[in-house]
Design a protein around this ligand. Structure first.
Ligand code: NAI
Ligand code: NAD
Ligand code: ISE
Length: 334
């Protein structure tokens, strides 16, 4: 039987995920939507023949909904995930799981009390072919031990609602999770550098920002987060090992030779850059629920990322290197 999916948050990524579930993924279809933007969500509901719920909580409780997708704004994630756990429904939550580690911990505790893994976090870099190949090369020690990682996360533009802390909470969180997964090591410290700013930013956003992380074995990571770079959506991850370097290529399917130049396209946005990763992420999420073998990024991964996120906030405020300490991983997540 196909799974009935309820989606809370019908903005940019909510609409993308709805299309993905209805048009690409096998075994599930969207039966219900909810959004505080009532007009837009009602129109969408009638287009896809789904039920509109004014409140996310009503959608979660509905018998028209087996599993839940949360794609509303970051500060709303925690309450919807807790509600889904209360109803013992599987829930896919876009990153961040909550906007701080205390919120993520409440989710972890609720899941442990429910006695079952129900939450998957939208850390879709783990499903990207480039990152998967990097991980294989690191695990098989193709070029010896990894020593240094040079990374960048660039967006063409950010709007006026995008504020300084979001460089980590909304953007750098992808690398915070993906690099820990890639290296299979936790972080021990975080440092933030606030360099000269672009004139394309606004007064409530320091842009760009640099994050420096150190892992348990001493691997050094530097990450540039630059969300008004103007030229495109650009993701870099170069891993320097003892005898070689391995790094991400920009996916490019065509090039253009004209006017004495050879051009390759740059992705304009996350939708195009990671489309295959999102598709694969949802295919495996639905399949894992059907098989009863949950395998995606867990609430614990969301919590660990948020502990690092909090340390970054402190490091930005103090200008100092901030230690990161994690408690032992609970049995449910081992
Ligand atoms: P958006 O602003 O386009 O959409 C958010 C939607 O949530 C809006 O339609 C808004 O009306 C709705 N919303 C806000 N509060 C709500 C509430 N309390 N109840 C119901 N609906 C509510 O934002 P976007 O870009 O779609 O991002 C949504 C989420 O997805 C964010 O958490 C973001 O971090 C995440 N995201 C993840 C990406 C990824 O690569 N995994 C890419 C883009 C976004
Ligand atoms: P968006 O602003 O386009 O959409 C958010 C939607 O949530 C809006 O339609 C808004 O009306 C709705 N909303 C806000 N509060 C709500 C509430 N309380 N109840 C129901 N709906 C509510 O944002 P987006 O770009 O679609 O991002 C949504 C989420 O997806 C964010 O958490 C973001 O971090 C995440 N995201 C992840 C990726 C990724 O690469 N994994 C990419 C984009 C967005
Ligand atoms: C957005 O929410 C995403 O998750 C994108 O992947 C990221 O590149 C962007 O900075 C975020 O705003």
């Amino acid at each position: 039987m196909d799974l009935k999916v309820g989606v809370i948050g019908t903005g940019a990524i909510g609409i993308e995920h709805i299309k993905r579930i209805n048009e690409k993924v096998q075994g599930a279809f969207v039966t219900a939507v909810s959004d505080i933007n009532i007009e837009q969500a009602k129109n969408l509901a009638s287009e896809i023949d789904a039920v509109f719920f004014e409140k996310g909580e009503e959608l979660i409780a509905s018998s028209d909904v087996d599993i839940v997708v949360v794609t509303s704004w970051d500060p709303t994630h925690e309450k919807y995930v807790l509600e889904a756990i209360k109803h013992k429904k599987y829930v896919f939550c876009e990153k961040p799981l909550a906007t701080d580690s205390a919120g993520c911990k409440r989710i972890v505790d609720a899941e442990i009390a429910a006695g079952k893994k129900l939450v998957q976090v939208g850390f879709m870099r783990r499903y990207d072919r480039g990152y998967i190949e990097l991980k294989q090369a690191i695990e098989t020690k193709t070029f010896g031990e990894p020593l240094l990682l040079h990374c960048a996360h660039r967006n063409p533009t950010a709007d006026k609602n995008y504020l300084t802390p979001m460089a980590i909470i909304n953007t750098g969180i992808h690398e915070i999770d993906a690099l820990r997964w890639l290296l299979q090591e936790d972080y021990v410290s975080a440092q933030m550098i606030l360099p000269k700013q672009t004139s394309y930013t606004h007064e409530k956003l320091h842009d760009p920002q640099i994050l420096i992380l150190e892992t348990t074995s001493g691997i050094h990571i530097d990450l540039e987060i630059f969300v008004n770079c103007q030229f495109g959506y650009d993701i870099k991850c170069d891993v320097v090992c003892e005898t070689g370097e391995i790094g991400l290529e920009d996916p490019a399917y065509t090039h253009m030779k004209a006017k004495g130049k050879n051009y390759t396209k740059i992705s304009p946005d996350w939708q195009t850059r990671f489309v295959e990763a999102y598709d694969y992420e949802f295919e495996l999420w639905i399949r894992s629920i059907q098989a009863g073998e949950f395998a995606g990024p867990t609430a614990w991964d969301g919590y660990v990322a948020a502990v690092t996120m909090d340390a970054c906030g402190k490091a930005r405020e103090t200008g100092e290197k901030t230690n990161i300490q994690l408690e032992a991983c609970p049995a449910l997540y081992k």
